[in-house]
Design a protein around this ligand. Sequence first.
Ligand code: ADP
Ligand code: SF4
Ligand code: MG
Length: 370
Amino acid sequence: MADSKKEATEVIDPAVAAFIEEDAKRKAELEEAKAKDFEKPYDTEALLEVRHLRKCFPLQKSLLGKVQRELVAVDDVSFKLNAGETLGIVGESGCGKTTLGRAILKLHEPTGGRIIFNGEDITDFNVKQMRKNRTEMQIIFQDPYSSLPPRSTVGDILSEPVKVHKIVPDSEVKDYVMDLMEKCGLRDYYYERYPHEFSGGQRQRICIARALSVKPKLVICDEPVSALDVSIQAQNINLLKDLQKSMNLAYVFISHDLSVVKFISDKIGVMYLGSMVEFGNKKDIFSNPIHPYTKALFSAIPNPNPDVKMNRIVLNGDIPSPANPPKGCRFHTRCPNATEKCKYVTPEYREYEPGHFAACHLCEEEFSKK
Ligand SMILES: Nc1ncnc2c1ncn2[C@@H]1O[C@H](COP(=O)(O)OP(=O)(O)O)[C@@H](O)[C@H]1O
Ligand code: SF4
Ligand SMILES: [Mg+2]
């Protein structure tokens, strides 16, 4: 009774009704714009283009297998990445970073949207069609302990993909692997050793060497240094940077560590509850963040200069469940700038300056005044 009364009052509140109507209109316009986007020609300059990517996980199915409830882990994410560039993906735990990385590689089958890699739409590729791309798109995981086979020597671990994908003739495999080991800072006697004989940092270098052994163009680095000591982190990040330069690699670099992302990235995408809330060049994102979530996230980065006063923006409350995200702007339950409109109307993800995108009503208002 109380609920139906509340609903009735909500519906008759003219301001709320206007917001709900505006939201429905915006959503319809967005669907139209999306349909047009899918028809646009691919960007021939980009190595990777992601258009409106969506990945849902079923939470509940009926007896007949129909999905009744789902969790939207990645919702409507779009970006472009050129060869040799690094896109840093940041956001709190559970915001969909890993799912995005895995969906790009089709380790998770995307629910919607398109993935264009090297000028080819790979979204609907089957396992056989993906075989060629499997060498060109690689992934490095956070945990260097569980991702290496314990009973194989480093030499075997690195030689196997080279042989399977026929990267060089069989007679040249050992020389090729030794050369790769040197590039990755691994001593030649490691060749005969087993993964358990190494520290976390060295194991991660073995993982890096294995990923690069097949000459990829794109590497998804999912929290690749988060499990390592700070001093080792720096060495491995520098190694990734050097290898990127010499091999013209593109990285999607996923991390919750903003200092690491700042160091390695050219472009940055900020995710919140499955959505990309801000995207742009590193300089724009760090020196001129426009989304309140990015501002709050970045306000927590310690400044090495003791004379600079930190204006930390503390976010209230916990991250809502992605299985039941808030309506309107998903960030409204924690946003220090939220208004009534934010509770009902989904903000549009727009380009505010060349290459600088955000989804926020406040940005819309501020930029409309300019
Ligand atoms: N295989 C899965 N099945 C169901 N839910 C999943 C699965 N993988 C991830 N999720 C959910 O998707 C959301 C995003 O997860 P994830 O991509 O791992 O986030 P992040 O890497 O940013 O921490 C989380 O709520 C997580 O629980
Ligand atoms: S749309 Fe509103 S709630 Fe969302 S980030 Fe902008 S000001 Fe905050
Ligand atoms: Mg993750």
